[in-house]
Design a binder for this molecule. Structure first.
Ligand SMILES: Nc1nc2c(ncn2[C@@H]2O[C@H](COP(=O)(O)OP(=O)(O)OP(=O)(O)O)[C@@H](O)[C@H]2O)c(=O)[nH]1
Ligand SMILES: [Mg+2]
Length: 419
């Protein structure tokens, strides 16, 4: 049973689209959706979010639909969750909890599992502590001031804190190992292209087509969780590395963004980002903004001097002919857009050609000669470019490095090189 509190803040999305996305999330972990309802909230109640009449209506509707679970499609406080459970006599979870459940079910790699568990604990820690506080207050009424409740909370808090610290250490270890792999790959002269986009936009379908791979691509939210990389052929390059990643969604839980930061940072350090968009979706524009917001949160800088991004306007085949014409016209006006059908194959070669062009203009391979004592400059090049080769002769070192225009300019400024 889905309950959407409509706070009137989401001007870009229709209530129908939000309800069907919430249902898609629930179905992604096998929940059968008995009913979907939305409630206009004029002034959110601190205790229950919904108004008291609405809570009654919700409880009744849930019984009538023979539901066993109410999914509130918003982030609710632990107190609100408790109160709603008491009032409806049903288990209640919120959007964050639901997304965490999905991620918990999907995570397959060691790193993915660690990240999800960490996010989950962080979420639970908040819930546990505050709902205990609630109990504490009740107990206070019986005169257990700072009594057993207090000790229990402390003990539970400590347990969670210890477990989180342990997970963070394990995660750092895994990330470090992967960082080494990345450093090794970085030294190779192959550009890295990352596919990003809203969940269900068609990233994995495109990935499979480009890489001849067979990763799970389904009409399912968050079908992909763990990043996958493959070599692909790219015009003008020996090869390139393509990566498929987890999709984004509006209101992506902050705990997940934090836990997945290392994986996501790898995405933004790619030479080129292809933002796959489902242009047949009614909320395509709102989804674009959500994706850009998450990319911004993890530190991606776009625009002049920032990362190169191409938008792949996918699922063109799913549009009616008039709409398709309009989309194609708009795309034709933009340098950074390629119209695609990952499913049918349209535009895929054009995307590869465009990617090749971008990479060639974005990051040129240069040979830089540095005098003795250029250790700092060499270290900078290793950190900011892809060092392909390095030779020392006498007291001069020559470095072959692939650097973007922006980084090349930064390098010259920083180390006072003549233009
Ligand atoms: N009509 C049409 N459907 C497509 C196209 N590309 C992908 N799809 C469908 O869209 C659904 C989602 O595709 P995926 O490739 O799994 O999407 P994703 O972006 O990897 O999704 P997540 O991994 O869940 O974030 C699948 O049912 C695909 O068959 C396309 O070009 N046209
Ligand atoms: Mg996918």
């Amino acid at each position: 049973m889905i309950a959407l509190p409509d706070l009137g803040r989401e001007a870009r999305r229709s209530v129908e689209a939000r309800l069907s996305e919430a249902a898609g999330l629930a179905e992604a972990i096998g929940i059968v959706v008995a009913d979907k309802l939305h409630y206009k909230i004029r002034s959110p109640k601190a205790a229950t979010l919904f108004g008291s009449g609405q809570v009654e209506a919700l409880a009744l509707a849930a019984v009538q639909a023979e539901a066993e679970l109410i999914v509130v499609d918003a982030a609710i406080t632990p107190i609100q969750q408790r109160n709603l459970e008491t009032a409806t006599k049903m288990k209640v979870i919120d959007r964050t909890g639901l997304i965490l459940e999905i991620f918990g079910e999907r995570a397959a790699t060691a790193e993915g599992r660690l990240q999800v568990e960490l996010a989950h604990l962080d979420y639970q820690a908040g819930r546990l502590v505050r709902s205990w506080t609630h109990l504490e207050r009740q107990r206070g009424g019986f005169g257990f001031l700072g009594g057993p409740g207090e000790t229990q909370i402390e003990a539970d808090r400590r347990l969670i804190r210890d477990r989180m610290a342990k997970l963070k250490r394990e995660l750092e270890q895994v990330t470090r190992t992967r960082g080494l792999h990345r450093a090794r790959r970085r030294r190779a002269p192959w550009p890295v292209i990352a596919l990003v986009g809203y969940t269900n936009a068609g990233k994995s379908t495109l990935f499979n087509r480009l890489a001849g791979a067979d990763v799970m691509a389904e009409d399912l939210l968050f079908a992909t969780l763990d990043p996958t990389m493959r070599e692909i052929a790219l015009p003008g390059f020996d090869k390139a590395i393509l990566s498929d990643t987890v999709g984004f969604i509006s209101d992506l839980p902050t705990q997940l963004v934090a836990a997945f930061r290392a994986t996501l940072e790898e995405v933004i350090s790619a030479d080129l980002i292809v933002h796959v968009r489902d242009v047949s979706h009614p909320d395509s524009e709102a989804q674009r903004l959500d994706v850009e917001q998450v990319l911004g949160e993890i530190g991606l800088v776009t625009g002049a001097g920032g990362a190169a991004i191409i938008e792949g306007w996918n699922k063109i085949d799913a549009l009616g002919s008039d709409e398709a014409v309009a989309v194609r016209t708009e795309a034709a006006r933009r340098e950074d857009v390629v119209v695609l059908s990952a499913l049918g194959g349209e535009g895929v070669d054009a995307l590869l050609a465009r990617a090749g062009e971008h990479l060639r203009q974005g990051a040129a391979l240069r040979t830089i000669a540095l005098p003795a004592g250029g250790g700092e400059a060499i270290a900078w090049l290793h950190a900011n470019g892809e060092v392909v080769g390095q030779r020392s002769e006498g007291n001069e070192t020559e470095v072959d490095v692939r650097l973007s225009e922006a980084d090349w300019a930064r390098f010259r400024t920083r180390f006072h090189l003549p233009v």
